[in-house]
Design a protein around this ligand. Structure first.
Ligand code: MSP
Length: 639
């Protein structure tokens, strides 16, 4: 039997359209669900919408439509966002569905029968925004202590859940289950809250005040308090009181992923509700931090709400997913800015990953006719062993980090393999091996190892960037069924030799800052006045500059100015004819690191073909060749 893994996100309020906060929790849950499926678990990933309550009723009223019609419309915004972000949820629950409302009513009936609910006249201070009562000592200068809006005094009869009687049990449970509420700072927060006497919870609202909710089965003039309704989604969706086999397969949930603002409702209301109906606790409740935007709290009034659909369209779905989980440790608050995102996309995705794939496939094409060679069993290189060991340890490391929800650490581990892959190319110099017939076996082993590294990276990337993983598999020429547990028992040597690769377009095109509106971070400066015609950054970026090492040089016959150079640029050696003979002799130029224009159309100078151009300072006469301050490998991009 496969181990099971049940993960949930909050059900999101439909009083507004989705924003980056919603996307964050859902993407994190998606990564965990995909990782568990890939490593052999049977996963169930639940998300959905919270459709009752005052906020939704008010939003519908504002638009002049019935609440159901209003929610039917907004819910599609969430569903289509999850499609855009390639979210692999197994179910989507709406709290207005009968399968949910029925279970809420049955639970209420049971609680009443067991004496866990009682009716009482109540007088208290009510916060309309938070939909909850406060006592006189809670309120601050007539305002809600939570949202700081004015509260009003209300006297009415209501139903109460005997929450207070579970207090001692809850404290003991939290203390004896270290991973139950995470991170530890949040656990301590809850234990701090529980140092005060825990009161009973008002779980009804008179219909005279709010009618958009689930009617109490035993009191038709009341609806259920929205949290007492919404939290139940975690069990109603998996067949509680309806399908025992299904329910026992999934419950208790492994992780309820939530934001830090809804910690109390989950770790106190929900846990005591479950305790009262005799169900096991979820294995873990993890509260993540909040995003600010360019250093400010995200809010409609500030006009800085980040729209995840727009981000995905502007930067790519996988780049957006990657950034959210790479940028900040999951339990902490963090700041979202487009410039931070562009930086990561360009250096970590376009550069590190894009280059590795592109260079490797170029070499397979150039040195092996596009067909992945068979490695020889005698291979015993140290470099290869180091790579095999690193990759071999990866699954354990990913397991550890993802169990702790340290997404950024898991990504750092994966990047170690990316770096190792790039270093491997530099250190094993396949372009040199290709020139030496006797090193042919070596070359084949190196090329194979490159493909194997890319194979493993494809699997490691998959939970974080599923579309990228699929595109990589296509370029590698292999078919991978990611719904299979491909990472269950990893072993080196999985890449099928004889595969014909299919190099395609770069996975992550560089994002040019000039094409992105970064306001308010970078104010637009007036264009400088100059006599030199200005070119756009796009024009400049068309020029590919690279470092190259001059490996041979000779004078071009009958020319005083020209030298014929052979320049090693990593994956190949270029012949370049340069007008530098008045400044340099062939002997002194050999071994120098120069900068070349790598994508210049070939041309003939004095009948000799030149495949590029070296850069030099000077106007009419060459005064000095351009180089780099620190020695770098030939073929390094110059930006
Ligand atoms: N409907 C309730 C949850 C009921 S679960 C039984 C609710 N919905 S919500 O739509 O308001 O919020 C959903 C989630 O979005 C919360 O986990 C919240 O923490 C998260 N976020 C809202 N703004 C956020 C940021 N700025 N940053 C990160 N997450 C944020 O609460």
């Amino acid at each position: 039997m496969k181990p099971t893994f049940y993960i949930t996100t909050p059900v999101y309020y439909v009083n507004d359209i989705p924003h980056i906060g919603h996307a964050y929790t859902t993407i994190a849950a998606d990564v965990l669900a995909r990782y568990h499926r890939l490593t052999g678990s049977q996963a169930f990933f639940l998300t959905g919408t919270d459709e009752h309550g005052q906020k939704v009723q008010q939003a519908a009223e504002k638009q002049g439509v019935a609440p159901q019609a209003y929610t039917d419309n907004i819910v599609t915004r969430f569903q289509s966002l999850w499609k855009t972000l390639t979210i692999s949820n197994d179910d989507f629950i709406r709290t207005t569905e009968t399968r949910h409302t029925k279970v809420v009513r049955e639970i209420l009936d049971t609680l009443l029968k067991n004496g866990d609910l009682y009716e009482n006249a109540y007088e208290g201070w009510y916060c309309l925004f938070d939909e909850r009562f406060w006592t006189a000592k809670d309120i601050v200068a007539g305002n809600c202590p939570d949202c700081h809006r004015p509260v009003e005094q209300i006297k009415e009869s209501n139903y109460f859940f005997r929450m207070g009687q579970h207090q001692d049990w809850l404290i003991k449970y939290i203390k004896s289950h270290p991973g139950f509420i995470r991170p530890d700072t949040r656990k301590n927060e809850v234990l701090g809250f529980l140092q005060q006497p825990l009161g009973d919870l008002c779980i009804s609202r008179p219909k005279s005040r709010l009618n958009w909710g689930i009617s109490l089965p035993f009191a038709k003039d009341y609806v259920t308090y929205v949290w007492f309704d919404a939290l139940v989604n975690y069990i109603s969706a998996i067949g509680y009181l309806n399908n025992d086999a299904e329910f026992t397969t999934w419950w208790p949930a492994n992780i309820h992923l939530i934001g830090k603002d809804i910690l109390t409702t989950h770790s106190v209301y929900w846990t005591t509700m479950l305790h009262a109906i005799g169900l096991e606790m979820p294995r873990s409740i993890f509260a993540h931090g909040w995003w600010t935007v360019d250093g400010e709290k995200m809010s409609k009034s500030r006009g800085n709400v980040v729209d995840p659909t727009a981000m995905a369209h502007e930067f790519g779905v996988d780049a957006f997913r990657y950034f959210l989980l790479r940028e900040i440790p999951f339990g902490q608050d963090g700041d979202f800015s487009k410039s931070a995102m562009i930086q990561r996309v360009n250096s970590e995705l376009a550069n590190d990953v894009g280059n590795l794939l592109h260079r490797s496939l170029t070499m397979i094409e150039r040195f092996a006719g596009g067909v992945v060679p068979l490695p020889k069993p005698s291979q015993d290189g140290n470099l290869e062993r180091e790579i095999q060991e690193t990759v071999g340890r990866m699954k354990d490391r990913l397991d550890t980090h993802l169990k702790a929800l340290e997404f950024h650490r898991a990504i750092e581990e994966i990047w170690r393999v990316v770096e190792l892959g790039n270093q491997y190319i530099e250190r094993s110099t396949p372009w040199k091996l290709a020139k030496d017939r006797e090193k042919h076996e070596n070359l084949e082993n190196v090329l194979y190892t490159q493909m194997e590294i890319l194979y493993w990276l494809t699997l490691f990337f998959y939970p974080f960037m599923p579309q990228t993983a699929k595109a990589m598999a296509t370029q590698l020429g292999i078919t991978l069924h990611f719904s299979n547990p491909l990472l269950e028992t990893p072993r080196w040597g999985m890449f099928p030799s004889g595969t014909t690769t299919a190099k395609g377009t770069p996975l992550f095109p560089r994002i040019e800052t000039a094409s992105v509106n970064l306001t308010p971070e970078i104010p637009v400066k007036p264009a400088p006045t100059s006599e030199i015609p200005l070119i756009s950054i796009e024009d400049f970026m068309k020029i590919q500059l690279k470092t190259g090492k001059v490996v041979a040089a000779e004078a071009v016959p009958k020319s005083k100015k020209l030298l014929k150079l052979q320049v090693d640029i990593g994956i190949e050696t270029r012949q370049i004819v340069a007008g530098i003979a008045t400044k340099y002799t062939p002997e002194e130029i050999i071994g120098k690191l120069v900068i070349i224009v790598a994508n210049l159309k070939p041309a003939k100078l004095m009948g000799v073909e030149s495949q590029g151009m070296v850069l030099a300072a000077g106007d009419k006469e060459v005064e000095g060749l351009l180089s780099v301050v620190t020695s770098v490998e030939p073929g390094t991009k110059v930006k």
